[in-house]
Design a protein around this ligand. Structure first.
Ligand code: BGC
Length: 757
């Protein structure tokens, strides 16, 4: 007996360890993506609202369980490692294990700004879509919906249930390395597009997301820049884009950004999070920090941050302690957990969890091509150079930008894996880290052009030797020069000039051939010192996995271009609000400011830097209009292979003002025109420059005319009154301008508004 007892005593620690291992393993080592346990409990009654269900669940949770839902487990939870057990993470940027006892699902997050990223961990395909700025150039909410629905579907097919995307920072600094992810410089256009995209994404049963809240409008020094901006300027610019996007979609998660705003980090900024987002906009979802953007426990929790990612420096043990000492009230911790859970219930994560399946590659390719075709902007077409006539041309020179192999894409956390690997592998050892490599998607413009012109001799020159490229151009009927400007998260571009002497290449080719067409593959605006020497320019941005095919379809006229610029192309940096880059990249020797990879926590640094957004309300075209500067290509501009005429403007005044006008296709091809309505506010607004308030993309057959009627949303006509802390619709006379670009507005009229709303 005694022997048995001592044997038992000896065995106890071993058994306990085994039991712990088994239970830990059951939480951490199930197959990736599997929900821990079939959900049960009163919160599973579907008839209850997401809020009621979340309340029931919160009341059944221990403090440790609550805390466990409010932070990630660090990168090791995502990737595993020699000393860490494998987890159920699918390898996306974020993972928070669910709670088996309560049937709470794992939260599987993937970066998905332009398609689902990091799918390579399980060899999964996802569609590399054209960049966000391409989507925005469509000015088409249907395109935005298709974009969001595709990303949502592919997230679901891979087992993810939360997206990290929907970037809507305004392009106020065109050198921003992330302009490609965003939706241009206008808050109403950007906000409506992200709203449509996220609504469609959430319809796939995935939690929608928007970022980077707020005013993280450049990459250099993003972790230590203290942006200074006035209330009115913020509310009418970047914050308006978020407001519209969040309200129109009901998206579930807002990511607070790295920068400081008016002295407080965005992720502990009570004005941004509690006052504006949660109180004034009534946001019911939760706020997640950008990766490594949490800087405190109590301060952040009380200011409105709900979840720290990717680790638990502040919202793990420290948060538990803060609750136990009362520094963070229990009501607040319950609110944080409630927000997370009500978002999961509302998106259907409990009732209809994603189950992994093979994504439909073909749908992805079709959508990608359609977006690129709708989003590539024809900027110049002298003498009807385009479309190219497939039958009349004997020889075509295709030059530069690896057009034989593929199309470039934007780098950083938005980088989607190229199916089949990088089409242009980096040549020189040592290999740069993955986030610095330019990834080329295997969609060769050269091949697509050859397919369109089977009777022509189509030859390729890499463009590395301008003289050789010019010689090929001289011997060809037409020269198509591809040029690129790689951009990425983590750094701004040093200038708007094309890198690597590509301006010299274009000049050399253009002087050898008067039929030179330039295709821009860029993250945003670039300067074009050669613009008068070339006959046509197509801005294709980073055009995604069917970029080559889309470009060829436009060049040969199978698709009539209809995209318009969602951002201004300036003539030079001298015309920008901040001609010098406001924040220079940190010196390479400065280990504090060079993270090992984007999103890795920067060491707390002492070098905060004030950046005054002294352009105020004058973001994008409003700056050029107000300052009397002529852009190279204005906001809203884009050519078509047909022409349009605007006439008969009628303005309906009253509490719900509207405009109606006639739009006619006066050319010989079917086309789609983005008709734009701008308004100048009464003088009392102190905003003498016009703002975009409405638009419609109208499809017209040759000779067809349609009456276009557009309601003008009073919110979009209002100013933000910082004294009242509210929007105000001023009484007075409003001028309306209608046309096909911010600088080509043939129709004008006026209407009056009688009082405040
Ligand atoms: C980026 C976010 C991204 C996160 C997770 C950060 O560096 O700023 O946009 O969602 O990393 O990858």
């Amino acid at each position: 007996m005694r022997n048995q007892r001592s044997l038992w005593r000896l065995a106890q620690p071993v058994l306990r360890a085994a039991l712990i291992t088994i239970s830990v393993a059951s939480v951490w080592a199930q197959p990736p993506g599997r929900t821990p346990q079939k959900p049960k409990g009163p919160w599973m009654q579907k008839a209850l609202s997401p809020d009621q269900r979340a309340d029931l669940l919160v009341s059944a949770m221990t403090l440790d369980e609550k805390i466990s839902l409010l932070h990630g487990g660090g990168w090791q939870a995502v990737f595993g490692g020699p000393d860490t057990p494998p987890t159920r993470s699918l390898g996306g940027a974020g993972f928070i294990p669910g709670i088996a006892r309560l049937g709470i699902p794992d939260l599987q997050m993937a970066d998905a700004a332009v398609g689902v990223t990091r799918s390579a961990k399980f060899g999964r395909y996802s569609t590399p879509l054209p960049s966000g700025v391409s989507e925005a150039s469509s000015w088409d909410l249907k395109v935005a919906r298709e974009y969001g629905a595709l990303i949502g579907r592919e997230l679901r097919d891979q087992g993810y249930n939360m997206s990290l995307g929907g970037g809507v920072n305004l392009t106020r600094e065109p050198r921003n390395g992330r302009s490609f992810e965003y939706k241009g410089e206008d808050p109403i256009l950007a906000g409506r597009l992200v709203g449509a995209e996220m609504k469609a994404l959430q319809e796939q049963g995935i939690i929608g997301h928007t970022k980077h809240y707020a005013l993280n409008d450049q990459e250099n020094g993003r972790s230590y820049v203290n942006v200074k901006a006035g209330k009115r300027a913020m509310r009418e610019t970047d914050l308006l884009a978020f407001e519209i996007g969040i309200k129109e979609s009901g998206l579930g998660v807002v990511m607070c950004s790295y920068n400081l705003l008016n002295g407080d980090y965005a992720c502990e900024n009570g004005y941004l999070l509690n006052d504006v987002l949660k109180t004034q906009w009534g946001f019911q979802g939760f706020v997640v920090s950008d990766w490594g953007a949490t800087h405190s426990t109590v301060r952040a929790a009380l200011a409105g941050l709900d979840m720290e990612m990717p680790g638990d420096n502040f919202f793990g043990a420290a948060l538990k302690k803060a609750v136990e000492t009362g520094a963070v009230p229990v009501t607040r911790i319950n609110d944080m957990v409630h927000r997370v859970l009500r978002t999961e219930f509302a998106a259907g994560l409990f009732d209809n969890p994603p189950s992994r399946k093979v994504p439909n590659i073909f749908t992805g390719l079709e959508v990608a091509q359609r977006v690129a075709e709708q989003g590539s902007v024809l900027l110049k077409n002298a003498g009807g150079q385009l479309p190219l006539a497939a039958s009349g041309i004997r020889s075509i020179a295709v030059i530069g930008s690896h057009a034989d192999a593929g199309v470039p894409s934007g780098g950083g956390s938005a980088q989607v894996d190229p199916p089949g690997g990088n089409a242009v592998p980096p040549l020189h050892p040592p290999q740069p880290p993955w986030y610095e490599q330019v990834i080329w998607h295997p969609s060769s413009p050269l091949k697509a052009i050859r397919t369109k012109a089977p009777g022509a001799k189509v030859e390729y020159n890499p463009g590395t030797d301008p003289a050789a490229a010019a010689a090929l151009a001289a011997a060809s009927d037409v020269a198509i020069v591809f040029v690129n400007q790689p951009t990425s998260e983590g750094a701004d571009v040093a200038s708007l000039s094309l890198p690597n002497d590509q301006d010299a290449l274009v000049r050399a080719v253009a002087s050898a051939n008067p039929h030179t067409v330039v295709v821009l593959e860029t993250g945003g605006a670039v300067t074009m010192p050669w613009i008068d020497q070339v006959s046509a320019v197509l801005a294709a941005w980073f055009p995604g996995i069917r970029g080559g095919e889309a470009i060829a379809s436009i060049l040969f006229g199978d698709v009539n271009p209809s995209a318009k610029l969602p951002l201004t192309f300036p003539r030079s940096e001298a015309d920008l609000p901040h001609p010098e880059l406001a924040v220079q990249p940190p010196p390479a020797s400065d280990a504090d400011s060079v993270p090992p990879f984007p999103g890795a926590p920067y060491k707390e640094n002492k070098r905060q830097f004030d950046l005054e957004f002294n352009e105020g309300l004058k973001v994008g075209y409003k700056w050029y209009d107000a300052e009397g500067k002529t852009p190279l290509f204005p906001f809203g501009f884009g050519l078509s292979y047909t022409t349009y005429a605007y006439s008969d403007l009628k303005v309906t005044p009253g509490p719900a003002p509207a405009v109606a006008f006639t739009l006619k296709n006066t050319g010989t091809r079917p086309g789609a025109e983005v008709a734009q309505v701008y308004v100048t506010l009464p003088a009392a607004a102190g905003e003498p420059f016009k703002r975009l308030v409405s638009w419609d993309k109208v499809r017209l057959a040759p000779g067809e005319a349609k009456t276009v009627t557009l309601a003008l949303d009073p919110h979009y006509l209002s100013i933000f009154d910082p004294d009242k802390d509210a929007w105000s619709l001023l009484p007075g006379e409003y001028k309306v301008h209608v046309g096909g670009s911010s600088r080509d507005l043939p129709l004008s009229g006026t209407f009056g508004i009688g009082g405040s709303r």
